[in-house]
Design a protein around this ligand. Structure first.
Ligand code: BTN
Length: 254
C-alpha cells in the first residue's frame, strides 16, 4: 500500500464510477477520483444520484484484487464515509441503514454504489462510489423523491469539498488495509452501526410495502424480516423506513 493515496479531481464528468471503470488500466489500486459535478451520477437500483456542481462530494475509490467476498467491499466505503461525517459533524445522529445508506435522523445523507470491473468472467476490481450531501440546501433536496439532508443543513456550516475528499480518500485506504487484516471485526463494526436490526419498519421492495421487524443481518449481507402477519422473508436489497419514535430511542436527547 502506498502511504500517499492518489486523489484525482475532475471538473465535470458523467459519473466518477464510470470514469474509474473506463480508466481502470491507468489507475492504481487505492486511487480515488473526485468530481465537482456529475452529469449522470449513478445511484442504487438504476436511480440517478443528484450531483449539482460544487455542492457535494462525489468520489470513487478503486480496489484492485478485492478481498472475498466482494460484496463486503461496500462495508469499507460505508465506514470510511461515516468516519468523515462524524469528523465534520460529531453531534449529528448518524447511522448506517442497510444496505448502503448513511442517514442522519430519518433522512439520507450519503449513498454508496459499488460496481465491478469484470473481465474473463471474474471480478478484477471494484469501484466504490460514495456520494455525500455536504452543502446542499433544503430547497434543492426537497425536490428529490426521498427524504434527504446535508451536513450543511445539519450543522449550519459550509464544508470544504477538497479537505473532505482528502480525508475520505485517506480513510478509505486506512479502512481497506484494516479490512484485509481482520475482515470479521470490520463486518461486526458495520453491523453495529446498522440501526435497523430489532426495529419495526416499513419495507418497500419491488412495489410491495409491508410493515414488520428486521430480525438480523446475515453473514452473506442479506437481511431477515418478519412481517406483522408472521411471514418471514430474506432481502438482498430494499428500502426500509424506521419510525421517528424508534429513532428517538436510539439517539436519546440529553
Ligand atoms: C445510492 O443510490 O444511494 C448510491 C449513490 C452513489 C453515488 C455516488 S457519487 C460518486 C459515485 N459516482 C456515481 O455515479 N455514483 C457514486
Amino acid at each position: 500500500m502506498n502511504s500517499s493515496p492518489r486523489l484525482t479531481w475532475l471538473e465535470t464528468v458523467d459519473s466518477t464510477n464510470l470514469y474509474a471503470l473506463r480508466h481502470y488500466n491507468e489507475l492504481e489500486d487505492g486511487d480515488s477520483i473526485a468530481a465537482l459535478e456529475q452529469t449522470a451520477g449513478r445511484g442504487r437500483e438504476g436511480r440517478q444520484w443528484f450531483s449539482p456542481p460544487g455542492r457535494n462530494l462525489y468520489l470513487s475509490f478503486l480496489i484492485k484484487h478485492p478481498p472475498e467476498p466482494a460484496y463486503r467491499v461496500s462495508i469499507i466505503a460505508a465506514l470510511a464515509a461515516l468516519d468523515l461525517v462524524r469528523q465534520l459533524c460529531p453531534e449529528a445522529e448518524t447511522w448506517l441503514k442497510w444496505p448502503n445508506d448513511l442517514c442522519c435522523g430519518n433522512q439520507k445523507l450519503a449513498g454508496i454504489l459499488c460496481e465491478g470491473k469484470i473481465s474473463d468472467g471474474k471480478i478484477q476490481g471494484i469501484v466504490a462510489g460514495i456520494g455525500i450531501n455536504l452543502n446542499s440546501e433544503v430547497s434543492e433536496l426537497a425536490a428529490l423523491d426521498r427524504p434527504a439532508t446535508s451536513l450543511k443543513i445539519v450543522s449550519g456550516v459550509t464544508h470544504d469539498l477538497h479537505a473532505a475528499a482528502d480525508f475520505l480518500a485517506n480513510r478509505l485506504r486506512h479502512r481497506e488495509a484494516a479490512f484485509r487484516i481482520d475482515q470479521d471485526a470490520m463486518f461486526q463494526e458495520w453491523k453495529n452501526e446498522n440501526k435497523l436490526v430489532g426495529q419495526h419498519v416499513t419495507a418497500a421492495c419491488g412495489g410491495d410495502t409491508r410493515s414488520g421487524i428486521i430480525t438480523a443481518i446475515n453473514d452473506d449481507g442479506s437481511l431477515d424480516f418478519t412481517a406483522d402477519n408472521g411471514e418471514t422473508s430474506r432481502y438482498l436489497s430494499g428500502d426500509f423506513t424506521i419510525s421517528r419514535e424508534a429513532l428517538d430511542q436510539l439517539f436519546p436527547k440529553p
